[in-house]
Design a protein. Structure first.
Length: 486
């Protein structure tokens, strides 16, 4: 009797043990190219997000010529003229007489989108620090804004009554500015929001090459989504090395536009359909300048209105097409005609390392989400027609686990989902991930991996990052060199 109990207990323990072992196996992918042994992975170095056991290091921001900011080749003379006029408007700093505020995050598109050239991402010195008190403004600097940190905008996760908010709460007001006499308006209470874990951040995304992204047909995005579905779901089926991602597939979905049902693709959650829509929204949300797409002031405090509404419109008396076009059209044309960033053939690390890194990037599974290339369709604009788009994104949103979750839903993108960040131009980016939490490429990669299998809340990239961590240090270095060459 007692002996039988012992056997039963022993068997149970064995089964439980096997169960745990299986789970570990299920998340591992013993992948070391050029390595003959295929034993179980050694203790997982990625538990510490900085991955200190690896000697591979982020080569840092690539110096030298920006390789971005010029117009795309093949534009006509008039298209080039619109590009130049749009660039001027994009870089211009607006004042209250032009409609700035009453609440805003900055006074110019170009100062948030500046690295490594106008149109890009957050510069090294955050212009929001100086802007807080520009022209006598009395703003206090929120605790999460630093001179050497990224440009940030803030969203509140919930309303005071607990219902979802998710909206942008502008950092600053025009109160105190010499061009806003009599305006009295308080900033939101960011300290309280932070104390309640109710504020999340977004940093600017680059706009180089976005005219090409606009022209990728939905059918191409859908075909790419379906493409490696077997690999994405479970590599085991094809009899290849097993890569089951935490029992869950890499299964990104599209974020479709609420108005016409086509695939939206701009912003950290692929929440916006077009450059014109983003321009209209950014002009009103980031700068407080109402326009033809967003006609109403976000803050209608009476003693803080100094311009007619909407603040900017097409000039029907304009003598030339450029003089007639409204600002948001010009912003869009500038971004639409911006050339994609030019990668470096040999910096950092040399051409061989970069080539190896490119292959490894695909082999470990990064390219299952960061799709290296798409093709544009039959664009009306010749310079954008049937062109390659080497953006390194599938334009889908993916569940990135609790570590990156921001609790905000936009369209079909849920609280833990983000668009695969396009990696072109990455070599010259200073801050990484949606909230700019790191400037270290190694950490950006490790942050992809959060959650666990027991709670079934692992990031879709969980298994891929494990593959990366199982590479030799020199192979990881090849991937980092490749990424900084982009
Ligand atoms: C205060 C800083 C700030 C200002 C000013 C600003 N932006 Fe942005 N921009 C951002 C942030 C932050 C995001 C990411 C927003 C998100 O996805 O939630 C962004 C994203 C974008 C994108 C999406 C790019 C992509 O790849 O998805 C476009 C387009 C854009 N901005 C255009 C503009 C234009 C045009 C202006 C001027 C009217 C402007 N921005 C002003 C901060 C700024
Ligand atoms: C499941 C899809 C998925 C996989 C697999 C994946 N990524 Fe990502 N990647 C994303 C998403 C989504 C983001 C944006 C996350 C955020 O900002 O919260 C991102 C962001 C990044 C960024 C930061 C870019 C920026 O502009 O801030 C880098 C760098 C990056 N990925 C590299 C990699 C590498 C290298 C691999 C392979 C080891 C990889 N990714 C695998 C989806 C993926």
């Amino acid at each position: 009797m007692r002996k039988r109990l012992c056997v039963a207990l022993f068997l149970t323990l064995g089964v439980v043990g096997l169960y745990f072992y299986q789970i570990d196996l299920a998340t591992s992918f013993d992948f070391r190219p050029g390595d003959s042994h295929t034993s179980r992975p050694s203790p997982d170095p990625s538990v510490d997000p900085s991955n200190p056991s690896s000697r591979a290091r982020d080569p840092g921001v690539r110096m030298g010529a920006p390789g971005a900011g010029d117009p795309i080749t093949g534009l006509s003379a008039t298209e080039t003229a619109f590009f130049n006029a749009g660039k001027d408007d994009f870089a211009e700093e607006d004042g209250v007489p032009e409609g700035l505020g009453p609440t805003m995050n900055l006074d110019s598109c170009g100062n948030c989108h500046l690295q490594p050239a106008v149109g890009g991402t957050s510069p090294a010195v955050n212009p929001q620090v100086e802007f807080a008190n520009k022209l006598g403004a009395t703003n206090t600097l929120p605790a999460f804004i630093h001179a050497n940190g990224p440009v940030r905008e803030a969203r509140f996760v919930r309303n005071p009554d607990g219902t979802p908010d998710g909206g942008v709460h502008a950092l600053f007001t025009i109160a105190g500015r010499t061009d806003a006499p009599g305006c009295v308006l308080a900033q939101p209470n960011f300290a309280a929001a932070q104390a309640h874990n109710n504020v999340i951040f977004r940093i600017p995304t680059p706009t180089f090459g976005l005219g090409l992204v606009e022209q990728i047909p939905d059918a191409a995005i859908a075909a790419n989504q379906a493409k490696d579905s077997t690999t994405k779901r479970s590599l085991g089926i094809a009899g290849k090395a097993n890569m089951v991602v935490s029992g869950r597939a890499i299964s990104g979905q599209t974020n479709n536009n609420g108005n016409d049902g086509t695939i939206a693709r701009f912003g950290w959650k692929a929440q916006n359909k077009s450059l014109l829509l983003f321009s209209g929204e950014a002009y009103n949300v980031e700068m407080g300048i109402s326009n033809e797409l967003f006609q109403t002031e976000r803050n209608e405090t009476p003693n803080c209105q100094f311009a007619t509404v909407p603040n900017t419109v097409n000039n029907t008396d304009g003598a030339t097409p450029i003089l007639a076009a409204s600002a948001i059209e010009k912003f869009s044309l500038f971004m639409r005609f911006l050339a994609p960033p030019a990668p470096s053939p040999d910096t950092p690390g040399g051409a061989d390392s970069i080539a190896r890194g490119r292959t490894l990037f695909s082999n470990v599974g990064c390219a299952l989400c960061h799709t290296p290339t798409f093709q544009t369709g039959n664009s009306t604009v010749a310079a954008l027609r049937d062109k390659p788009v080497n953006l390194f994104s599938d334009l889908l949103v993916h569940d990135m686990g609790p570590g990156l979750a921001d609790g905000v839903s936009q369209g079909q993108a849920g609280p833990r989902e983000f668009r695969t960040a396009p990696l072109w131009g990455l070599g010259q980016r200073i801050f990484f991930l949606h909230d700019g939490r790191t400037s270290d490429l190694v950490r950006a990669i490790q942050e992809h991996r959060s959650g666990d299998n027991f709670h079934r809340n692992a990031s879709e990239a969980y298994g891929v990052v494990r593959n990366y961590n199982n590479l030799h240090d020199s192979q990881q270095q090849d991937i980092l060199n490749f990424l900084r060459s982009l």
